[in-house]
Ligand binder design. Structure first.
Ligand code: GLN
Length: 449
């Protein structure tokens, strides 16, 4: 099979399946030409000729990048994100840009300006979010792997809802240059695939230090795939009792417990621990993430790029109208929340307090990881919900993230691994590890696969 043939097949598959699923915002019609080049020039890399999908907040030179927002509906980047460039240098083909919640704010892909994506397991259900398009594209078999971003769970929650593997690496493991910023102290790029091996290959290829991103780490990047090891004997697993909290769906708990029992059988030791501050994680996250977002989103003003309001009389109207018409409701809610939390009168009570509680939480997690190799629990408190069920209830939507937020607050690597079904919809087991020990996560996920 040539790369061109594989790309043509992939494009045909997307065309057929995406009528129902709507995982893509933009399909890259030029992909076949790129594949032809890979064939003729013989680009040798560990992803040579493999079509990969990219969440639409990862900028792609000459291919529209929208972050699923009206304010960027026509934005044509003149450069590519480092992750995209690295994967292309290894021979990967950018097959298209996937749907997401607007600016990655949401947990269901319902806040997209371009309409929602459907869960391939049942089209009446959400695919999760914000990387819902990427997850649905992988679960439906449109692509073998897709990149996502994860600020508070946006890779792991959709991976869980779609029955696939998805990993958010350690903060600093992957460059964010060219990735549209949401909350800079939390954002990280990661990957989703059905097979653990494929994510391992993609992550090794795109990780590492980048001159353009001073938050990227200089630590050496292991070959995760070559080092996959199923041996779980002696591995110490912590299960925080707060992850099994009352609101969780008993069917989800049953499946997650069954997965953890497999590790016991494979020789791992499993012990209960406590993360008392988990109960504040959602509040802390939404104050910090919204504050950073309100600052990051100042650049969208209708002047430099993207949507510009018409019929304005002066520069102030241009800013106000472009932003009022260009941003959706959820994004506006975050900007208002964040601006409030950062304002002179509320900074101490909200932003500063949230930052302090974050520090306490990091200490709690670090203490657990001093003694244990892995932390495990459910990825989410329920399986996928129906389209429309939570979109009018922001707090219910925010509570979705309670189990995924901890890894972002502490900068830890974390993944969701398929762990059976609850009432016919997939369930995810979440695995967290020490900073820069993605290998331990890949190994544990591989052992379960
Ligand atoms: N659902 C969370 C939010 O809306 C997380 C989003 C994300 O990880 N990008 O902020």
């Amino acid at each position: 099979l040539t790369s061109k043939e594989l790309t043509e097949q992939t494009l045909a598959g997307i065309k057929e399946k995406d009528e129902d699923i709507s995982a893509f915002i933009t399909v890259n019609d030029a992909a076949t030409d790129v594949a032809k080049k890979v064939d003729t020039e013989g680009i040798k890399g560990n992803l040579s000729g493999i079509p990969i999908a990219f969440k639409d907040n990862i900028v792609s030179n000459g291919i529209k990048t929208t972050a699923a927002s009206k304010i960027l509906y026509n934005f044509m980047p003149v450069y590519s994100a480092t992750v995209l460039e690295k994967l292309e240098s290894a021979g990967a083909i950018n097959i298209g840009k996937t749907n997401m919640d607007e600016f990655a704010m949401g947990s269901s892909t319902e806040t997209s300006f371009f309409g929602n994506t459907h869960n391939p397991w049942n089209l009446d259900y959400v695919p999760g979010g914000s990387s819902g398009g990427s997850a649905a594209a992988v679960a439906s078999g449109e692509v073998v792997a897709a990149l996502g971003t994860d600020t508070g769970g946006s890779i792991r929650q959709p991976a869980a809802f779609n029955g696939i593997f998805g990993i958010k690496p350690t903060y600093g493991r992957v460059s964010r240059w060219g990735v549209i910023a949401f909350s800079s102290s939390l954002d990280q790029v990661g990957v989703m695939s059905k097979r653990v091996e494929d994510s391992a290959t993609v992550l090794s290829t795109m990780a590492g230090h980048d001159y353009h991103d001073s938050t990227s780490s200089e630590k050496e990047v292991p070959d995760y795939r070559a080092n996959l090891d199923k041996d779980m004997s002696g591995v110490k697993i912590a299960i925080p009792k707060e992850f099994w909290h009352e609101g969780a769906d008993p069917e989800v708990i049953k499946q997650v417990n069954a997965a953890i029992d497999v590790y016991k059988k494979l020789g791992a030791t499993v012990e209960e621990v406590s993360l008392p501050t988990l109960k504040h994680a959602v509040e802390v996250y939404y104050v910090l993430a919204s504050s950073e977002a309100s600052s990051n989103l100042q650049r969208y003003d209708g002047v430099r790029y993207g949507f510009r309001a018409k019929d304005v009389k002066n520069i102030k109207d241009l800013f106000v109208n472009s932003r009022s018409e260009g941003f959706g409701d959820e994004v506006k809610r975050r900007i208002m929340l964040g601006t409030f939390a950062l304002s002179a009168g509320s900074y101490d009570a909200y932003f500063k307090k949230a930052a302090q509680v974050r520090t306490i939480f990091i200490q709690e997690m670090t203490k657990v990881l001093d003694k244990y190799d892995l932390i495990m629990g459910p990825s989410t408190t329920s399986a996928a919900f129906k389209i429309g069920a939570k979109i009018d209830d922001p707090l219910a939507m925010y509570m979705n993230d309670i189990l995924t937020i901890p890894a972002n607050l502490a900068g830890l690597p974390a993944a969701s691994v398929p762990a059976g079904l609850a009432n016919g919809m997939p369930v995810g087991l979440q695995i967290m590890a020490k900073p820069f020990n993605e290998q331990a996560i890949f190994n544990a996920a591989y052992a379960l696969q």
